[in-house]
Design a protein around this ligand. Structure first.
Ligand code: C5P
Length: 220
């Protein structure tokens, strides 16, 4: 790790989507490029932190100088995060699929000629942020979550803060007209017990650097 204000600190980050298999060739997923989460990982490392990045399937490259653990499903992501603890801070930026198929097919599901599509029974995935936020003595001192919303941004973020046991929620509007999804810019608000902080529209790299600096100040 580089020298810097986060030297000696360990931060765990999740990034990217998860893929939840339906059968050997199909999956359910969320839209997520991993750009913002990976940029946060790189920015924290640049401030001297030891970083464990747990990434779902993405096309962005592994950041240099960071341990990247590649996973596919939400359950694998949770297991990798738990294995990476203890940590001083956790930043849960992944777009985790809320549901998975209850009984993954061992064989490719075939059209049966009846014209009736198969019914997929879903079951809820573990909530990684809520799990980490509610850990007892293994809870990182600072737990940061994200809220990507298309409506009621602040109210949803405040509800998430409480429900998931997070210290901060980075809230962003991902309505299609904003271009945030897959794009290079982001407009976020930091929601915490202290209130709501509005940030201007910034490059995702700059959002990452500001967030890393804020994390360093909180852990100092
Ligand atoms: O509830 P929602 O998915 O909108 O919450 C978003 C926040 O919760 C993000 O920080 C995301 O990484 C995290 N999350 C998680 N595990 C889930 C669902 C969401 O860690 N199963």
């Amino acid at each position: 790790p580089a020298p810097g204000p986060l030297a000696g600190r360990h931060v765990v980050i999740t990034s990217g989507p998860t893929h939840e298999p339906i059968d050997p060739v199909r999956y359910i997923a969320n839209r997520s490029s991993g750009k913002q989460g990976h940029a946060i990982a790189a920015a924290l490392a640049a401030l001297g932190a030891r970083v464990t990045l747990v990434s779902g399937p993405v096309t962005v490259p592994d950041p240099k100088g960071i341990t990247t653990v590649h996973v596919e499903t939400a359950r694998q992501m949770l297991a990798a995060v738990e294995a990476a603890l203890p940590a001083d801070a956790a930043v849960m930026a992944a777009a985790v699929a809320d549901w998975r198929v209850a009984a993954e097919g061992a064989e490719k599901i075939k059209k049966d000629g009846s014209g009736r599509p198969p019914a997929l029974a879903l079951t809820e995935n573990p909530d990684i942020l809520a799990t980490v936020g509610h850990l007892g003595d293994r809870r990182p001192r600072l737990v940061v979550g994200f809220a990507a919303e298309t409506e009621n941004l602040i109210a949803n973020a405040q509800a998430k803060l409480a429900r998931k046991g997070a210290d901060w929620i980075v809230a962003n509007d991902v309505s299609p007209e904003t271009g945030v999804m897959g794009g290079d810019a982001n407009t976020v608000r930091i929601v915490s017990a202290a209130g709501v902080e509005d940030w201007p529209t910034l490059d995702k790299g700059e959002v990452a650097r500001r967030l890393a600096a804020r994390i360093a100040a909180a852990l100092a």
